[in-house]
Design a protein around this ligand. Structure first.
Ligand code: GRG
Length: 302
């Protein structure tokens, strides 16, 4: 593990590097309708922790990867994640007006532009990832990475989980229990943690069994991350989180904190995280920063 002072310094450097990578892949202003361009850039430059591209990069490094071919995928995963946040905030879903410390995209540009910029960013993510085929790199690995990116985002991943989530509330006809909640979290949230880590492993040339292990690790990190998100929704403030707290209560969502109680939910986050780190340590290679990042994600305050 990296000590906390070094961790903060390393994290700041990595975020800066990721920001530059993202910037270099953003659409060009020319030929892009002006408001659509503004809305896209507004949402992508709003900040955010940039965890998914960093998890991708660090898993890539764990397996010895050191080429620029990872960069279009790093930008693409953040575009997909950001598009999901834009849509998640829409009036039809969570109806939130604050995200990443500023007004949500639909609150600034209107609902129609919120829908369209989310769609445009999702599509542009694939245009961006396909840029990797311009590099002199193994085509089978690129194809496998594209497949993971698409599948983990789609109906068998994030979108599938989110569609069950919108029915999972106290007013709906589903009766959410821990099993259903785990399904939702594993798809809605874990899928977009599994994807970047698997893509990092694939592009670094990891073996099939190692990629499966990385998928399992990503699943655990994602589940812990979402339970922590549910806890923060109860115990934090709008200012610290940069998004509205008590959003789950407002939308009558059932969460782990509801079903287990806060203390048991916190214990679950710690137990799953310990298991994820143990599994990471079974993989060849070593990445102390990655282990610290996983630990930090479980204890995060925002
Ligand atoms: C348009 C692709 C697309 C999807 C729409 C709305 C939706 C389907 C999916 C929502 C998925 C979602 C919001 C899951 C919650 C995951 C979560 C806890 C996100 C917050 O991630 P952070 O904390 O955010 O990493 P920052 O702002 O730091 O990047």
């Amino acid at each position: 593990m990296v000590n906390s002072e070094n961790f903060d310094k390393m994290m700041a450097e990595k975020v800066e590097y990721v920001q530059n990578v993202i910037k270099s892949f953003l659409p060009k202003k020319e030929n892009c309708p002006e408001t659509l361009y503004d809305a896209l850039v507004y949402s992508m430059e709003a900040g955010g922790k940039r965890l998914r591209p960093i998890l991708m990069l660090e898993t890539y490094r764990l397996f010895g990867g050191n080429k620029a071919v990872i960069e279009p995928f790093m930008a693409a995963i953040e575009m997909i994640h950001t598009s999901s946040l834009i849509h998640d905030d829409l009036p039809a879903i969570d109806n939130d007006e604050l995200r990443r410390g500023r007004k949500t995209t639909h609150a600034v540009y209107g609902e129609a532009m919120g829908i369209l910029s989310g769609d445009a960013l999702l599509n542009y993510a694939y245009e961006t990832a396909l840029e990797a085929f311009r590099y002199n790199f193994d085509r089978d690995s690129l194809f496998m990475a594209m497949k993971v990116l698409a599948a983990k985002t789609g109906i068998y991943g994030m979108l599938g989980g989110q569609s069950v989530d919108v029915e999972n509330d106290k007013k709906g006809n589903l009766s959410p229990d821990l099993g259903m909640l785990e399904y939702i979290h594993k798809h809605k949230t874990s899928a977009l943690i599994e994807a970047p880590m698997m893509i990092g492993a694939i592009l670094a040339g990891a073996q099939k069994g190692e990629i499966s292990c990385v998928e399992e690790i990503g699943g655990k990190i994602g589940l812990a991350f979402q339970i922590r998100d549910d806890i923060l929704d109860v115990i934090s403030t709008d200012d610290v989180l940069g998004k509205p707290v008590r959003s789950d209560a407002k939308n009558e969502k059932v969460t782990y904190a509801d079903l287990l109680g806060l203390e048991a939910a916190k214990k679950k986050v710690n137990d799953i995280t310990a298991e994820a780190i143990r599994l990471l340590q079974t993989l060849p290679g070593e990445n102390q920063f990655l282990e610290s990042l996983v630990e930090n994600m479980a204890n995060r305050n925002k």
